[in-house]
Design a protein. Structure first.
Length: 141
C-alpha cells in the first residue's frame, strides 16, 4: 500500500487534479481506496453499470470498445470518470496489461469532494471535453 505522501504525489500528477492544492488533494485521497490487481484482471466491463472511477497509480491498462483496442493508459491516467457523473453503462472495457495499483473513488464520495472542492468540477469538464474532441477526430476525421 502506498503511503499518503505517495498517493498525494500521484494525484498531483493526474491532469484532473493538477490545479488542486495539497489540502484539496488530501480531501480527494481520503475519498479513495487503494487496490491492487494482477495482469489480466478486468477493471471495467463494457456495458456494466458504472459506479466508480479508477486512477492508475502504477501499471498499464488496455481500453477496448466492442473488443477493439482503442488505447493503452498508465500511471496518472483516469478511467471510468463518466461514472462519477452518472450511473450509466460503461462505454469500454478496461483490463490490466500489467500488475496495477489503482485508487478507486465512487460516485457518492466524489460528489462529496466536489461539494468541498468545486474547482475539481471545472477540471473534470475540461478533461471530458478533451476526450470527446479526441474521439470526434478519431471517428470523423
Amino acid at each position: 500500500m502506498a503511503s499518503t505522501k505517495a498517493q498525494l504525489n500521484s494525484l498531483k500528477n493526474v491532469p484532473l487534479f493538477s490545479a488542486c492544492s495539497k489540502r484539496d488533494l488530501e480531501r480527494v485521497a481520503k475519498a479513495t481506496d487503494e487496490i491492487t490487481m494482477t495482469a489480466g484482471s478486468i477493471v471495467i466491463d463494457q456495458g456494466d453499470m458504472g459506479r466508480e472511477a479508477f486512477i492508475i497509480l502504477k501499471g498499464e491498462v488496455t481500453i477496448k470498445r466492442n473488443n477493439r483496442q482503442i488505447a493503452t493508459l498508465s500511471d496518472g491516467d483516469v478511467v471510468g470518470e463518466l461514472s462519477l457523473l452518472d450511473h450509466g453503462p460503461r462505454t469500454a472495457s478496461v483490463t490490466c496489461a500489467t500488475d496495477c495499483t489503482l485508487l478507486v473513488i465512487d460516485h457518492r464520495r466524489f460528489i462529496n469532494v466536489l461539494d468541498e472542492v468545486p474547482s475539481i468540477a471545472h477540471k473534470l469538464m475540461g478533461s471530458l471535453a478533451a476526450r470527446i474532441r479526441i474521439m470526434d477526430r478519431t471517428y470523423t476525421g
